[in-house]
Structure formats: C-alpha cells, structure tokens
Design a protein around this ligand. Structure first.
Ligand code: UDX
Length: 490
C-alpha cells in the first residue's frame, strides 16, 4: 500500500515520534540519497541520535532546511520533525559524524549514470570513513553490492584500518528491501532483516545491529556477507521473473480471450504460488529491478555461466513496451501524425522517479514512428525532467489537456487520479476513442460504457461499447481506426 503525506501512514508514524526517551544509539549515515536518507530518518524515528553525512551542497542545504531532496510520502515531515526533536542532523564533515558513532551506515552509489557497476564512489567513501571510526563501532553497508564488490570491500576495509594503524572493525552488509512510495513503512516494519556479517572480531557489531533492530518484529537473519547480498539480488530477480511470467501469461490470455485477473486469482489460493507481483502490463521499471536483471545477465556472461531464464525475463520486459506501441499503431491505423496522449511518466505511482521508466522508452518509440506525443504526470518534477530528457515530447499541465484532441490514449502509470477520470465525458474530449491500458488499471466495462475501444494486457485484447470482447482483433494486427470507432459506437 502506498500512502500520501497526511494519510493513515503518516498518523501511524506520528504516533511513534518521541518514543523511547533517551537516544538508543549514536548513528552516522554516510550518503543521504534514497536509501541513506530513509535509513537515517527511520533510525531517528526509533529514538537514535543520527548524523547524516552529505557532500552534495544543494542536497545538504535542503536537508538542513528540513526539506527532503527526494519525493517519498511522509519523508519530508519526518526530516523536519526529527530536526526539531534534535535526533537528526546533517553535516558534510565525516569526521564529526563518525566520531563516537556505534553504527556507521554507508549508502553510496555503486553504479555509474549509465547503470553499469562502478565501485569508485564506494572505494573513495570507505577510504575517508573507515580510518575515522571508533574501534568498537560497526561499518554497515546498505548500498546494493554485487558479490564481486563484497569480495573487494572485505579486504579493503581491513587494509584501510591497518594502514591507518587502527584496530580491525566489525563489517556487516545489511541490504534494504524498501519499495519507492512505501519506503518508510518498509524500513520501520520490514518483512525480514538480513545481517551479512563479514567480520566481527569482538561480537560487538552484531550486538549493535541487534540493538538497533530490537523493536522490529520480523525475523533477523544472520548469514555470510555474500549470502546477504545475494538474498537481496535474488529477491529482486524473483520479483522481476514473476512480472515477466505474468506478461507471458497475458499473451496466452489474449489469444484465448481470457481475463488474466481471473487466471491469477485462480492461482493465488495455492500457498506455493500466491497472487502478488503478477500484474501484467508494460513491465517493470525503476532503479532496482531492470538494472539488477540486466547486470546479472551481463555479469553471468563475464563469469562464463548461462542464465537463460533471466535473459528471457529481460527480453519479455523489453517486448512489453514495444507491444504497447504496436497496439497504439494498430488501433490508430498507423502512428504517423497521430496525437497520442500518455497518462503517467513515472515508473509507478507515488514517486517522481523516472529511472528506467517504461513511459520514456514508449514515448521515444512513438516519436520515432512519427507520432505526436503529449504526456502528463501528476508529479511536476517528473514532467519537467521528462521534457529535458526527450526532445519533441509535449508536456501537458493537466490530464484533460493531454487528452484533448488525442487520437489515442496510452495509460503508462496507474495513478489513482487517472482511474478516477470521468471517462464518459472524456470520450467527447478526445478525437479517437481508443485507450491502451499499460497497467490493466482501468475497468474494461466502464471504458466500454464510456464509448472507448479498450485494449490491455491479458484482458481479451479489446472491449467494445456493449461489453463484448472484440477478440477478433488480434494483438498487434493493424485495424482501421474508423471501423474500430464505428464498432465501439454501435
Ligand atoms: C523494488 C523492490 O520491490 C524492493 O523490494 C527493492 O528494495 C527495490 O526494488 P521498487 O523499484 O520501488 O522496489 O518498485 P516495485 O514496487 O517493486 O515495482 C517495480 C516495477 O514493477 C514497477 O515499474 C511496477 O509498475 C512493476 N510491477 C510491479 C508490475 O509491472 N507488475 C506487478 O505485479 C508489480
């Protein structure tokens, strides 16, 4: 469940503010990006005294002013709230933050801007931080690290300590499993906590982490460092596999005129299967799933092993975006000169994140096929960034503006406000009553009643106004838009 600031989630968090009396532990958090900031705020929420280290001056300025530089429901309120309680402060001075800290969390980038593994920032960070840490403190890596980086960090930390004439310190890998839009909830009430202990000469490291997570009700699993990071990787690879499986199933459903929701429901009562992460559509985006699938396939090639399942997960995910554009092409009778309205740009609702967002690939593909593309997303920051990323992409200020005069509509992100649009009235605003739903989010019956030709993934291709499935129009095959509209108006 995703919550917005001020919603029930926020009330739950408020109730926990001020809990605990005296600060439990002194914590330093190095790197205040997405993962680092959520960790710092969560640690303060549990009553610890936290200093977040951030070297980016703009980001630091925002944090010190009580503003969150990233959009995450509830985060800004807690940044400001804990600045007021005095439990959370921000600094650019690593030495000051790390001195006396019992736990030092490191959450810095391990990839370059193109998404390839890049360990330079981590090496630089460890070289600066590790010599300054107290002997009884524990260094905890929160960044996503592939096993090859784990192998590098362990001897590197030892070498840095010994070169600085300092005693060895405890080192642990503590992967995060936070979903964007739900990150605070996932941190504060995790399903499990994984502690990959790489070295712990005195046992103080594990003890500090157990104290840190003392109020968490979920299992605390202690394992080796590489096991911990592979658990994180494996979780994301499995989630990605489920989504691509659902998308493959959707293609079968379309051919057989069957509804994927019913099929998944039928599967979901089997406790060995479950029903989550089986929503078909344009596939997975975001900073984690696509990157980790692609990099695992690339790493496997370097290591000389075959991972055909993951390679297929990757290619099915890419195919979904192309299928979506092909359907728009089929339902408009060719994209050249057609005005296509895209609803949503972010990779999922309740975030402004555009990383590996399917909507960007789709917009580029539509433009390359000479369509006119006008997009709207509820997040203004996402709209602005998308306009900077894609030449010729038109940005609308409202959903209605995007839809006005459109030959077809593509739903990219299932923001609730798109589901709640007055579709019956909008049939008169658009020029072509065609909707391709990339998230299976709209109600096919509502869309048909509103007069739209509706196409989705695994819902029997198209639904006409009278609610009957127009399964005679196979996926991707060209149809004349006028006959489609005539059908929907009949
Ligand atoms: C993911 C993992 O869920 C989280 O545990 C990990 O720590 C970070 O990566 P996140 O990237 O925030 O989290 O997004 P998530 O909610 O997992 O969704 C990923 C993508 O998959 C989105 O684009 C979403 O739209 C898509 N998705 C999800 C589907 O297409 N179908 C589904 O059934 C579920």
């Amino acid at each position: 469940m995703c919550a917005r600031p001020g919603g029930p989630e926020r009330r739950m968090l408020s109730a926990r503010l001020g809990r605990g009396g005296e600060p439990a532990l002194k914590i330093a958090g190095v790197g205040q990006g997405y993962v680092g900031l959520v960790t710092s705020v969560g640690a303060a929420e549990w009553g610890n005294e936290v200093v977040g280290v951030e070297i980016d001056p703009q980001r630091l300025l925002a944090l010190r002013a009580g503003r969150s530089p990233i959009f995450e429901p509830g985060l800004e309120e807690l940044v400001a709230g804990h600045a007021a309680t005095g439990r959370l402060s921000f600094s650019s001075d690593t030495g000051e933050a790390v001195a006396g800290a019992r736990i030092v969390f490191v959450a810095v980038a391990t990839t370059d801007s193109a998404g390839a593994w890049d360990f330079a920032t981590m090496r630089r960070c460890l070289t600066g931080v590790v010599p300054l840490m107290d002997d009884d403190s524990v260094l905890v890596i929160r960044s996503t690290c592939p096993p090859q980086l784990v192998k590098e960090i362990v001897p590197l930390v030892d070498a840095i300590r010994s070169n600085a004439d300092r005693a060895p310190i405890a080192l642990a890998f503590n992967p995060e499993f936070t979903r964007e839009g739900n990150a605070l909830h996932d941190f504060l009430e995790p399903d499990r906590v994984i502690l990959g202990i790489a070295s712990d000469p005195s046992g103080l490291g594990e003890a500090a982490l157990r104290q840190f997570y003392a109020t968490v009700e979920a299992p605390i699993l202690v394992m080796g460092a590489a096991d911990a990071m592979l658990s994180k990787l494996a979780s994301n690879l499995y989630l990605a596999t489920k989504i691509s499986f659902a998308n493959e199933l959707a293609a079968l459903c379309d051919v057989h005129g069957s509804r994927i929701e019913r099929v998944v429901e039928g599967m979901s009562y089997d406790p060995r299967i479950g029903g989550s992460f089986l929503r078909a559509g344009i596939g997975f985006g975001g900073s984690c799933l696509p990157h980790q699938v692609t990099m695992t396939v690339a790493d496997a090639e370097t290591l000389g092993i075959d991972v055909p399942l993951l390679a297929a997960v990757d290619s099915i995910n890419a195919r979904q975006r192309t299928t979506f554009v092909d359907r728009l092409a089929a339902l408009t009778g060719g994209l050249e000169g057609r005005r296509i309205a895209l609803l949503g740009l972010t990779f999922k609702p309740h975030t402004d994140d555009l990383r590996a967002a399917p909507g960007l690939d789709i917009a580029r593909d539509l433009l390359s096929r000479d369509a006119v593309v006008v997009a709207y997303d509820p997040m203004e920051t996402a709209r602005q960034r998308a306009a900077g990323l894609i030449d010729d992409l038109l940005i609308a200020d409202t959903a209605i503006d995007a839809l006005t005069g459109a030959d077809a509509v593509g739903l990219i992100t299932e923001w609730p406000e798109f589901v709640a649009l007055p579709w019956a009235d909008l049939a008169r605003v658009v020029r072509g009553q065609v909707v391709v739903d990339g998230r299976n989010a709209l109600d096919p019956e509502v869309m048909a009643a509103a007069g739209f030709t509706y196409s989705a993934f695994g819902r029997g291709t198209q639904t006409a106004q009278d609610g009957s499935a127009a399964a005679s129009v196979p996926v991707g095959s060209p149809i004349n838009v006028r006959s489609a509209l005539a059908f929907s108006e009949s």
